[in-house]
Design a protein around this ligand. Structure first.
Ligand SMILES: [Zn+2]
Length: 342
């Protein structure tokens, strides 16, 4: 494969307007060595691109989540420029610092990029990454895809997600793009965490879909395929990509389930530090009071385990990846089945 010629530029120098394809390395000064972090960004502006309209797909907001980065990287190779009618921006790895170390957060400053939005130029490098997205990328896009996975913390079925407080036309369009991932499950969840990429995009009126595409710091084929479908579908639906592009694959619409994880009690916390024995797997459909898992305390070897019970009729969306859990950690994410608007 021919080597891609990358343009090196400062964050404010990126060109998302001019027609054509440009592959960038956007430079952020390294905090401790003579050098820079280089964020790869591909911008494709087709002949029908409109101001403030476009689709951006972002991977590796967290550095130990891999399905999104792989699917976006693949797309930078496979997307034929002639098929792109509008504007596409692909950022396979946003937090290149955390990606290098394979950690959720940036090692240099100990900061979780997904708590720093909208970002700041006068703070540490992680804040500069989010500031770049907010000020240089968001103004050119009306659709934002933020592709995550469970890292080493949570085990998820691949599913797209959005905030439960998104309403009206924005909600219908969001649901439609979430369905395009072709996953069985989609999650609507609470909007209480400050500094999220998706909250910032939603507040700006963008059609915003997040996703949890795998777990265990691995690369799952289902998650990569879902990410690819979700991106292609979003680009076709928003008129950015030629409509003849193949949209086949994935779970059919009738079988897709929307769950609301913002319902009180959906995130069940561990009452003590111990080892969790799941009795069901993610995706299980349960009745209120069914036992999801048993929490064991091996320092009290003769004590009965604590039963973790389903708070309502619903679906198990997430479980811990690791056996050992700490007091206060979310050990089950549940969701109540609700009706689609789209
Ligand atoms: Zn993540």
């Amino acid at each position: 494969m021919a080597k891609t010629e990358r343009i090196t530029c400062a964050p404010e120098e990126i060109d998302c307007h001019s027609p054509g394809r440009r592959d960038y390395h956007v430079l952020f000064e390294h905090p401790s060595i003579w050098g820079f972090y280089r964020v790869p960004v591909t911008v494709i502006v087709g002949p029908e691109a409109e101001d403030e309209k476009g689709v951006v797909a972002i991977g590796s907001v967290h550095g130990d989540e891999y399905e999104g980065p792989v699917a976006i990287k693949n797309l930078t190779h496979s997307l034929a420029r002639g098929d792109v009618r509008g504007r596409v921006i692909l950022i396979p790895v946003l937090n290149v610092a955390a990606f290098k170390t394979g950690t959720r957060d940036t090692m240099e400053d100990g900061v979780n990029l997904n708590r720093t939005f909208p970002g700041a130029t006068d703070r540490t490098v992680t804040y500069k990454f989010s500031d770049f997205v907010t000020r240089q990328i968001f103004p050119h896009c009306h659709v934002v895809l933020d592709l995550h996975a469970g890292g080493r913390v949570m085990k998820f079925l691949p599913f797209p997600s959005f905030h439960a407080d998104v309403t009206g036309q924005q909600r219908r369009q969001t649901e439609d793009l979430a369905r395009g991932f072709g996953c069985q499950l989609t999650s609507a969840y609470h909007n209480m965490t400050p500094g999220l990429l998706v909250s910032t995009a939603e507040a700006l009126g963008k059609i915003t879909v997040g996703a949890e595409l795998g777990f265990g710091q691995s690369i799952g084929c289902q998650g990569v395929q879902a990410a690819h479908r979700g991106m292609i579908h979003a680009m076709v639906k928003s008129g950015v990509l030629d409509s003849s592009t193949d949209l086949e694959g994935g779970v059919d619409r009738e079988s897709q389930i929307l769950i609301d994880s913002s319902v009180p009690g959906s995130g069940i916390l561990a009452d003590f530090t111990g080892h969790m024995e799941p009795l069901v797997d993610v995706g299980a459909s349960l009745r209120k009071g069914d036992c999801i898992a048993r929490l064991h305390n091996f320092e009290r070897i003769d004590a009965s385990p604590l039963e973790v019970l389903a708070p309502y009729d619903g679906i198990v969306a997430g479980l811990p990846t690791r056996a050992k859990v700490m007091e206060g950690q979310m050990v089950v994410m549940m969701g109540k089945v609700i009706e689609w608007m789209a």
